[in-house]
Design a protein around this ligand. Sequence first.
Ligand code: AMP
Ligand code: ZN
Ligand code: FE
Ligand code: FE
Length: 298
Amino acid sequence: MSEALATSNPVRAQSERDGAFADLHLHTFFSDGTFSPEELAERGKRVGAAAMALTDHDTVEGCERMAAACQRHGIEFAAGSELTAELEGREVHLLGYFLDTANEKLREELRRFQTVRESRVEEMVRRLNRMGVPLKAESVFKLANCRSPGRPHVGRALVEEGLCASLDEAFDRFLKKGRPAWVPKCKIDAEEAIELIHHAGGLAVLAHPVLNQGDELIPDLARLGLDGLECFHTKHVGATPEHYVKLAERHDLLVTGGSDCHGFSKGKPLIGGVKLPLIYFEKLKHAHQQRAKAAPAA
Ligand code: AMP
Ligand code: ZN
Ligand code: FE
Ligand code: FE
């Protein structure tokens, strides 16, 4: 462990000595964000990010463009994706980092999730229609203009068609869990998701544990091969990052973090609001290199 990380308050100590930071949780318009990869890299440059990872839901399509844009700005880049998984009946989001985006099995599984996402949008629209809300699936697909459509696209379409006043209203009235147009998402078993990420040469990280009240799942996920914990996140306020850094140390997990910026889709772009001290990105990269040496990707 480095000297800085051995102090009583590792997170703050490192941040104070070295302002360099990473943002490892970002979405583009290849899923439910609003920025192009180039706009996202440009924004990253503007806020001073030294490293970025793209983690669109169920797709790696934006990674090539994002890698090129980051390279132009001198920003380090890791290709990733955010998968929706399930463990013990609970939904967990798993981030894959340093994925081989050409991996055949990964591409096949992502295609499968995307097909289910499309059917899910159609089902959400059917439910809205049954309630007398005249939204067309075509409007949602046209607006989404990507292979990984989701609830935010349905919400935005409802606003654009004048059927809801705001995205918040769309979620509150129709799309939130338990609301009439809510349709559960296809979830891969967490163990299979971790295996898939490893098979594609990546590292598997539990996203925003606070959003899934997932603390008690962490030991089980660690046993299943989880590599890291997203300790820094927009929704992790106050002492929460430090709480998760301690949990990560206890379970021998890597520490990651990111803003979960979706561009303008949730109001103000969140990029720049979460600063993962760069040392943690270096450790993640090192772990990936060690893994690649020990077991080259399939
Ligand atoms: P999906 O993957 O289709 O279930 O959609 C999940 C996305 O919807 C995530 O990016 C969430 O942050 C977003 N989301 C969930 N609840 C809300 C909400 N109340 N308002 C706006 N976006 C939300
Ligand atoms: Zn999202
Ligand atoms: Fe998530
Ligand atoms: Fe996300």
